[in-house]
Design a protein around this ligand. Structure first.
Ligand SMILES: *Cc1c(COP(=O)(O)O)cnc(C)c1O
Length: 504
């Protein structure tokens, strides 16, 4: 791998995109051209689809606009009864006799209703960290091929209908983004962030068979699932008010278990609060409690934020130049892909521990899954290649800015809310009316909810959401904290910093 490119990525990682440095110039130029071309195509598409409404909606990022997901008309639509009937279990049932088949609506009518439902739901989605805004029409034609990357991405199998070259390009990109040693990395496109966590924890167990897993209580359930599958011992470490791991409690647990190796899961953005554990502080804690490099394995769960942090100015560095062992990220979250997918990246020496040669594949078995989705690799590649570094950077900046806008709009209305540093996840008191929660597809935990600002969430959409929330609150009241130290109680803590209006 060329070291100038590596340096290029690291300059982006520190938040400074210097056009004249780093990426070979032709890449810059091509990115800029693609960006402009796509922007125009997208603006035209938006125009064509938006003929019923003269309102043009946009935001700071050219990527953060879409043709239909943002129009007030679609947001306001409710499902017609005819569509509800077409999408009922009875209508979509698969017949087992021609008599039954004769009673059922036509497939084309069902699919038409389904498409309208997906449009409405996409327009009104705020709760999960999925970037629903992507331009991938030029990939439609590949849906006719059974693209399967079975086996190792770097070792071609005898099955020729694959997208390995794109998968390898995606893996190489992330290796450079996270500054892996060019001669010591390995990775693959996974089914989702969960598979990446299962993979990281598997390598950890193979490396340190009697290691104890340390992770915070706000960790995603997939890490606990992995520990359960692999029968690993787990130390659940409490969290600080903002969702980061409690570093002192971690130090105490590490000291107590000093005789056994440590497997650390570091959250680069927790699921509910978007809290980023301080990786360097955790590494320092390991060192200060007497753990040598060979006594620990560090896995970073970066499902959402490992894709964002390298593009945030003055953010801490997530990098294989630190003594870490694996990183995972989801492809359908920040990057935006129409199917669940992700990336697992690790050091090559770890993979050797699980590698098996399989004659039937004429490849090596190094992945958790057998058959692997070649379309996912192609979509990730397309998204990265067409946006380019600057496109992604603009998207990330736009998300962070819109998240601040949402937090401030909620605060101004007296609604309890917080936004973690480095995060685009706005945490708020749980709306009292469950129909409102469903309508906006908010993710809730006890007495709090969150909105994850992704590139498809524009300030316009935020305005509609806040206005509806305020109206709903007038009618249904507010959620009171459910217990002492409940998430909502902690949300009002002055420890977050500047105290905002809301629950006293
Ligand atoms: C979403 C998420 C996961 C799981 O990723 P999937 O792609 O949904 O399997 C893991 N960890 C964190 C922190 C997440 O937010």
């Amino acid at each position: 791998m060329c070291s100038t490119a590596l340096r290029g990525l690291s300059s982006v990682a520190s938040g400074l995109v210097r056009r004249q440095s780093a990426w070979p110039l032709h890449l810059h130029v091509r990115n800029a051209i693609t960006l402009r071309r796509d922007f125009c195509a997208r603006a035209n598409a938006a125009h064509a689809l938006d003929d019923a409404s003269s309102e043009k909606l946009g935001s700071a990022s050219p990527w953060a606009t879409d043709g239909w997901g943002d129009s007030v008309e679609i947001i306001e639509q409710t499902m017609p009864d005819a569509h509800r009937a077409l999408l009922s279990n009875a209508s979509v049932a698969i017949p087992t006799s021609s008599a039954e088949a004769g009673e059922l609506p036509a497939v084309s009518d069902i699919l038409g209703a389904y498409e309208a439902q997906l449009q409405r739901r996409t327009a009104r989605h705020l709760g999960y960290p999925y970037n629903l805004d992507y331009q991938n029409r030029e990939l439609d034609r590949f849906m006719r091929y059974s693209i399967n990357n079975l086996g190792d991405p770097f070792v071609p199998s005898n099955y020729g209908v694959h997208s390995r070259q794109f998968e390898v390009a995606v893996v190489d990109f992330f290796a450079r983004l996270w500054r892996a040693d060019p001669n010591d990395y390995w990775g693959y496109v996974t089914t989702c962030g969960t598979e990446g966590n299962l993979y990281g924890m598997l390598l950890a167990r193979e490396t340190l068979p009697d290691g104890i897993v340390y992770t915070s209580s706000e960790t995603h359930y997939s890490v606990f699932k992995a520990a359960h599958y692999y029968r690993q011992e787990v130390e659940v470490i409490p969290t600080l008010f903002n969702g980061q791991i409690d570093y002192d409690a971690l130090a105490t647990a590490l000291r107590r278990n000093r005789g056994k190796p440590a497997i650390l899961n570091v959250n680069i953005g927790t699921t509910v609060k978007g809290a980023v554990d301080d990786l360097d502080r955790i590494l320092r804690t390991l060192s200060m409690t007497g753990y040598e490099r060979e006594d620990y394995y560090v896995h970073c769960d970066g499902a959402l934020f490992a894709m964002m942090m390298p593009f945030v100015e003055y953010a801490p560095e997530l990098s294989f130049q630190r003594p870490i062992d694996s990183i995972t990220v989801s492809g359908h979250k920040m990057l935006g892909c129409p199917m669940p997918c992700g990336i697992a990246l690790t050091r090559r020496s770890h993979v050797r521990k699980i590698e098996r040669r399989i004659d039937y594949l004429n490849s090596v078995d190094t992945t958790i899954m057998g058959s692997r989705n070649g379309h996912a690799a192609l979509h990730m590649w397309h998204s990265l290649r067409t946006k380019g570094l600057e496109g992604i950077k603009a998207e990330v900046a736009s998300c962070l800015k819109t998240a601040v806008y949402l937090r401030d709009s909620l605060s101004a209305e007296g609604i309890t809310c917080q936004l973690n540093d480095l995060s685009s996840t706005v945490i708020l008191e749980r709306p009292a009316d469950e129909r409102f929660v469903k309508r906006w597809q908010l993710a809730c935990e006890e007495d709090i909810a969150h909105v994850v600002v992704m590139p498809n969430v524009t300030t316009k959409k935020v305005d509609i959401f806040v206005a509806e929330l305020v109206a709903m609150t007038k009618q249904h009241g507010r959620t009171a904290p459910r217990r002492e130290n409940s998430p909502l109680t902690l949300l009002s803590s002055k420890a977050w910093g500047a105290h905002r209006a809301g629950h006293a």
